[in-house]
Design a protein around this ligand. Structure first.
Ligand SMILES: [Zn+2]
Length: 90
């Protein structure tokens, strides 16, 4: 559970970086988000939202990737200066 959407998405991005995956946000809205794997044909995705009558963000659906990476990412597109600042701040 996370108190903000931003912290929820940062947790997903940290997980994506630790597993050498890249996600993009789809269907952004004030109350939910879906982050999908950028690899063509991969069903990997994560959905987060605030349940009705709740105040915290939760991740409710996690679909696994269907492939194994054969090489390491040199640059990670999800790693932004804002995320680095947030991680160092916390
Ligand atoms: Zn994937």
């Amino acid at each position: 559970m996370f108190d903000t959407k931003k912290k929820s998405k940062y947790a997903v991005i940290k997980w994506a970086m630790s597993t050498q995956r890249v996600f993009r946000t789809h269907i952004p809205s004030p109350t939910n988000y879906t982050m999908k794997c950028v690899e063509t044909g991969c069903p990997g995705k994560v959905h987060g939202h605030v349940p009705k009558y709740h105040i915290h963000w939760v991740v409710t659906d996690v679909f696994p990737h269907n492939y194994v990476r054969k090489n390491l990412l040199v640059n990670h597109p999800n790693l932004t200066s804002t995320l680095i600042a947030q991680l160092m701040y916390t």
